[in-house]
Design a binder for this molecule. Structure first.
Ligand code: BYC
Length: 474
């Protein structure tokens, strides 16, 4: 039987002409589908979903909308078009032409970066797999499924690199990506945040706002890579990532909006009253925010990291917007501010800039995150409610790096174990908060209807009206 690869697996990597890659993918694809059936969105396999599929990198081809059953989604392999003139822009190889193949001396580090990136993609699908059993609307359910299939496609993107450029050990790593499981004690996902639960829709919106934004920054750092196939793959992935963050930002914004309307209507800020009225009180939203923000900033790694220095000097992973810097792009002499605790207080110290690249990317990320929280605050202000959401201090609730293990309040004070024990329930989502939020999670499945705890969106998808049948259950 002849397989038309362009139909089955839309691609711009000449899959049809590459026998070795075909063989590797023909072995991996059934394993992937098995994983999707076992670990992908629960109870959704026969549902028709109005999905966007990338069928080419052309502006008219990367967002093709139609009803699709998710196991039949065409997980394509796309690289943004090559720039034949591109040079390595930083590190010891600065000025050399970018690599079309893996340089032998950087092979292990490149594989590690690709595997770490790849691991987050199926992890997030696993974390979100029960969410579709509830939903605040068909519009939101479609968005969840869109995010899920695109994370699946991003896994394909990394697996393509492993299969195409890393031979046998690449194939083994690609298999292991389907074997680790989010939250599994014996075989967990690689990075901490991807082993946390995403148990309800508020957590999903926070995750897509904060954690997908880590994706944005890490992918942007990888688009600078001297290994051109990685740079081009991640560039294309970023087009999809933008929608995921939009789902998060607008989702949290709609929850806040609905709560504020009910607060204004009933002239109350009493959490218990608001909960009885079926909306999520703002202090609970703040505690969710604190949790997702702090868990996500750990994803940038240790403040001072020799791995980060090596990745940069070898030309594998750059800074966010590397080419906009007017420095030497070598950073051998430069320093960068990092936090230290001296005499029980957090102070700003210095580290070699090369070693502090994780911290630098974290700081860039924080600026971007804070901007969206400002937009949420404007929603609150417009309803006249005197409340402001804040982003906790960078040192709050850290599990990675030298700040881990210290007890720090959201305002950045170093506090005692006793104060932490007394107060942490005011700062981080508690079991009671989660039980309450879970109690709101019904399944709203009539077209155009929305759960009481969230406002309808101002914009639907692909210019469709809000009462469009985004999901058809069969
Ligand atoms: N949890 O020297 P360090 C996305 C480990 S999200 C657990 O600082 P490095 C997405 C670290 O592995 C973007 N362990 O490490 C979003 C190391 O272990 P070893 C994902 C952690 O290498 C939503 C040790 O601690 N992409 O796309 O400089 C949905 C020392 O740390 C953690 C990437 O991350 C942690 N949080 O930095 C779907 C890009 N942090 O060697 C998708 C690729 C550190 O001692 N990854 N460790 O065993 C990287 O660039 C780097 O691996 C990291 C870590 C920045 C993550």
């Amino acid at each position: 039987m002849t397989i038309t690869y362009a139909d089955k697996i839309p691609n711009n990597v000449d899959l049809g002409g590459d026998k070795v890659l075909q063989r590797a993918l023909e072995h991996w694809q059934p394993e992937f589908l098995k994983w999707w059936m076992d670990m992908g969105p629960e109870g959704s396999h026969s549902t028709d979903v109005y999905l966007r599929t990338a069928v080419s990198v052309h502006p008219s081809g990367w967002a093709h909308f139609d009803y699709v059953k998710m196991p039949e989604y065409r997980w394509g392999i796309f690289l943004s078009p090559a720039d034949g003139e591109r040079k390595v822009n930083f590190g010891d190889h600065k000025g050399e032409p970018v690599w079309k193949d893996v340089p032998g001396e950087h092979r292990a580090n490149l594989r590690r970066i690709i595997v770490t990136q790849g691991d987050t993609e199926p992890a997030s699908v696993e974390q979100q797999r029960h969410l579709g059993l509830t939903c605040p609307s068909l519009y939101d359910l479609r968005n969840l499924f869109q995010v899920n299939v695109e994370e699946g496609r991003h896994l394909w993107a990394m697996v393509y690199l492993l299969h195409r450029y890393f031979g046998r050990d690449g194939r083994e790593e690609a298999e292991a990506l389907l074997q680790r499981r989010s939250g599994d004690r014996n075989n967990p996902r690689i990075l901490g945040a991807f082993n946390e639960k995403t148990p309800d829709w508020l957590a999903f919106f926070m995750f897509t706002y904060f954690t997908d934004r880590d994706g944005k920054f890490q992918l942007l750092a990888l688009t600078e890579s001297g290994f051109d196939p990685l740079a081009r793959t991640t560039r294309f992935m970023l087009m999809e990532e933008a929608h995921h963050m939009y789902v998060g930002e607008s989702g949290v914004g709609r929850v806040i909006h609905r709560t504020c309307l009910v607060m204004a209507e009933h002239k109350t800020d009493d959490p218990a009253r608001l909960r009885a009225l079926g909306v999520i009180d703002l202090p609970t939203i703040q505690r969710y925010l604190n949790f997702h923000f702090s868990v996500t900033i750990d994803l940038f790694g240790a403040d001072v990291s020799s791995n980060a220095a090596t990745f940069y000097s070898s030309g594998l992973k750059g800074r966010y917007e590397e080419t906009k810097f007017e420095d030497d792009h070598l950073l051998r002499e430069a320093v960068y501010p990092i936090l230290k605790v001296i005499d029980g207080r957090i102070v700003t110290g210095e580290a070699p800039a090369l070693n502090a690249l994780n911290e630098k990317l974290r700081d860039d990320y924080i600026k971007d995150s804070v901007a969206g929280v400002g937009r949420w605050n404007r929603i609150i202000q417009r309803t006249g409610i005197p409340f402001e959401l804040t982003v906790p201090h960078k040192a709050f609730n850290r599990k990675i790096g030298p700040l881990a293990g210290l007890k720090i309040a959201p305002d950045g004070r170093v506090i005692s174990e006793a104060e932490w024990a007394a107060k942490h329930r005011e700062w981080l989502a508690t079991d009671e908060d989660r039980v309450f939020v879970a109690s709101l999670m019904g399944r709203v499945s009539s077209t155009g209807a929305y759960a009481n705890w969230i406002s309808p969106p101002t914009l639907a998808i692909n210019k469709q009206p809000g009462n469009f049948e985004f999901v058809r259950f069969n």
